[in-house]
Design a protein around this ligand. Structure first.
Ligand code: GCU
Length: 634
């Protein structure tokens, strides 16, 4: 097996609770290695929608960690299998073993290991881990008191990139993907009193990963979002998908999991609307509500982001959420919110908090600091959360503050489009993202990727993702950020969007960097002629220029604030000439870390296309965009 196949043959199956049998550890030969993660189904076995609103034990805090760059505790070399002395997940007190047996050999000791505060990317935790890209083991204990009739669920909001989870030395499951939640049922693994949870987290990517090895953002390895422990009744509400329809109805689809899931009564209530309705689950544990919306319903808009408390009860379990009701659709080249045309005044964001050493810890305060600059600083109504699913903290805040959201999975640049394993990974990521956020009124667009080459394999790969999105959530729109070639005719640039993928998308989106990349000049930008063979809305999903905050140049050269401001003026002048343009999300709100940008004066590991510096200093171009949006808003 080549490295890739061997690597992907390393991972366990899905949750203990999954419909497929858990092939957590295939006894391939003498070595105990996890089975192939590819066996995991596209849809997660456990969704635990709106988990954040459930009582839980947050396992954030100090975790022991042990570096394992050569994966001695995970894989084999020649015929050497991982030994107990390397397997950090073993349920053992190393010091006691060493005291008991002079021949005991361990090359780790988690009890004596250093601690790291989780969540947070390890690259920001210690200078010596700044560019660490590989396997690190984490471990902590927690107290449990298992009760008959209840399940213990362990939920990870995001871990980058491949994770293996062990409880008391036994496999609980594995997951691939750095930005979407996963939940394992650990009921059968926990004991009364002290329990041990161990994570093997490998940040390294392969050419078949999603994203592949090369991106324009930083490593951010590790447990980047919270880990929480939930105790739920044996039969619990696993999913609720609720939405408002153009016909003025509220549709809710629910799913129970557990022995009493079938033929159970559910009650859906929205107190502020004096709405209460009952339904009964079918033999699969699923039920549907289809209710005429009460007259007093206030529709969600960015200006009036009305949210309603919704609860769903089933037996002794309750799922609660805060939901906005609205519709979104395309009509010709218009995007329509609640039936009215809307122009998306947006900006792109990476998931990276303000500060000179970001750890991707997206607390509500950190997210609010960023979104406030969009809503109130730029007078925006839209954010493109690029290039991967951002934290649920941010999508919930967008609901509350009134910002429309474009959500994207990292099908980015040179993906292995002909590789079935990569497609399965991307499909699973799309499903996990949609199932987590399809109750967020702010979320209007599912993006299937960014800047990918127009090949047959790519069209099939991304077309499959677009179909999945429509199947999992018919109420929202699809798009992708496309590369658009420009040709100069009689001195004027023509940008024609002729991409077969557009047939599968509701919205065409183009990244356009004329006069930053390539040899064209700023004066070439305002007259660019945009055209497309289909009548669909267009979004300029990216445009931008680097500027080092505080660098001013009389000659207005690249990397000066003056050039960036001139670039925005030129591109906005061009935007005003495009009749089917329905929105903008320039690249990008804030400078962000990336190993690809190493100019020693201007960049030093930062992409400087932000309108804000990494510490939040506004550059001249910020006001150029804010003024344009203020006029656009009328
Ligand atoms: C690309 C890409 C971004 C990248 C940006 C840039 O369009 O989508 O991820 O950071 O351009 O070159 O700065």
């Amino acid at each position: 097996m080549n490295h890739l196949t061997r690597r992907h043959a390393l991972f366990s199956g899905t949750a203990l609770f999954s419909s497929t049998s858990l092939g957590a550890f295939a006894a391939t030969g003498a070595r105990a290695e996890p089975a192939n993660l590819a066996a995991a189904p596209i849809l997660p076995a456990i969704r635990l929608t709106a988990a954040v609103n459930r009582p839980n034990e947050d396992l954030s805090g100090a975790w022991a960690y042990s570096k394992d760059l050569y994966k001695t505790g995970w894989s084999t070399l020649m015929d050497w299998k991982p030994s107990r002395g390397n397997q950090r997940f073993t349920d053992v007190d190393v010091a006691a073993e060493e005291a008991r047996d002079r021949y005991a050999l361990f090359e780790y000791d988690m009890q004596k290991a250093p601690r790291m505060a989780l969540p947070g990317a390890w690259n920001a935790a210690l200078p010596q881990l700044r560019y660490y890209d590989g396997l690190i083991w984490f471990q902590r204990t927690f107290i449990a008191s298992p009760k008959p009739g209840y399940r213990a669920l362990l939920r990870f909001e995001a871990v980058n990139y491949v994770t293996q989870v062990f409880v008391n030395g036994k496999p609980a499951g594995a997951h691939e993907g750095g930005f979407t939640p996963f939940t394992f049922d650990i009921t059968d693994l926990i004991r009364d009193g002290v329990n041990q949870v161990t994570l093997g987290v490998d940040s390294s990517h392969t050419d078949q990963s999603v994203p592949p090895r090369i991106t324009d953002w930083d490593i951010y390895g590790g447990v980047t979002r919270p880990v929480r422990l939930f105790v739920v009744p044996d039969t619990f509400i696993d999913d609720l998908y609720i939405r408002y329809t153009p016909e003025g109805r509220i549709i809710a689809e629910a799913r129970l999991l557990g022995p009493a899931a079938a033929n159970s009564e559910l009650t859906l209530s929205i107190p502020a609307l004096k709405l209460s309705a009952r339904a009964r689950t079918d033999e699969k544990g699923e039920a549907r509500f289809d209710i005429k919306a009460p007259r007093g319903l206030k529709l969600w808009t960015p200006e009036t982001p009305t949210l309603y408390d919704v609860t769903l009860t089933a037996g002794s379990d309750t799922l609660s959420d805060r939901v906005g009701f609205r519709t979104v659709a395309v009509k010709g080249h218009e995007i329509r919110l609640n039936g009215k045309p809307i122009f998306l005044r947006g900006i792109c964001l990476h998931e990276e908090e303000f500060g000179s050493n970001p750890a991707r810890i997206m607390t509500e305060q950190a997210s609010r600091a960023l979104l406030t600059e969009v809503k109130h600083g730029l007078n925006g109504n839209f954010v493109r959360l690029s290039h991967y699913p951002h934290s649920e903290v941010t999508t919930r805040l967008a609901d509350e503050m009134g910002l429309l959201v474009w959500s994207e999975i990292p099908v980015y640049w040179a993906v292995a489009f002909a590789d079935e394993r990569a497609l399965t990974t991307a499909r699973r990521m799309m499903a996990e993202n949609i199932l987590r956020d399809r109750n967020r009124a702010s979320l209007i667009i599912w993006s299937v990727g960014n800047e990918t080459p127009k090949t047959e394999a790519r069209n099939r790969f991304m077309g499959t993702l677009a179909d999945d999105a429509k199947r999992l959530d018919p109420s929202r729109l699809t798009s992708a950020a496309l590369l658009v070639n420009k040709t100069k005719v009689d001195g004027v640039l023509h940008a024609r969007i002729d991409d077969p993928l557009v047939d599968k998308l509701d919205i065409m989106s183009a990244n356009t960097y004329t006069a930053w990349y390539g040899g064209d000049k700023l004066e070439d930008v305002p007259p660019i002629r945009w055209s497309a063979p289909v009548d669909k809305p267009l979004i300029f999903s990216e445009f931008g220029a680097d500027a080092l905050a505080g660098f001013h140049a009389r000659d207005r050269r690249k990397f000066s604030e003056e050039f960036q401001a001139d670039f925005y003026r030129a591109t906005l002048a061009n935007a005003a000439t495009v009749p089917f343009l329905a929105g903008l999300s320039p690249w990008i709100l804030k400078d962000f870390q990336t190993p690809r940008r190493e100019h020693p004066v201007y960049q030093n590991g930062w992409n400087r296309k932000g309108l804000l510096s990494e510490t939040g200093a506004r550059k001249q171009a910020f006001a150029v965009l804010a003024d344009w949006y203020r006029q656009k808003a009328g």
